[in-house]
Design a binder for this molecule. Structure first.
Ligand SMILES: [Zn+2]
Length: 95
């Protein structure tokens, strides 16, 4: 088994830490002598290009998430306003 051989040859120093032996974007193997470009402290990349690509992806994802949150919030606000208007409309009719 390749996996058991790997663990026998290289003892794991930090259990639970993310794999530091391959690029997080293109999964290219990062050897001991190859340059590793870190991002967010614990994400390794084989090149500046890969790291930049991941930054762009994160920026797009963050923008989408922020946009979705805003839409949800404004929709919920409009819903609650509609509910309040209906409630207040019933009050004068009852009196
Ligand atoms: Zn890469």
């Amino acid at each position: 088994m390749a996996a058991s051989f790997f663990f026998d040859a290289e003892p794991v120093c930090e259990p639970g830490a993310p794999a530091m032996d391959s690029c997080a974007l293109c999964a290219k193997h990062l050897g001991r002598d190859s340059d590793i470009f870190m991002y967010r402290g614990d994400t390794p990349f084989c090149s500046e290009e890969c790291r930049y690509e991941q930054m762009q992806l994160d920026a797009i994802r963050a923008r989408r998430t922020a946009g979705r949150r805003q839409q949800t919030r404004s929709a919920a606000t409009a819903e609650s306003w509609r509910g309040r208007q209906q409630e207040s409309a019933k009050v004068p009719a009852a009196s």
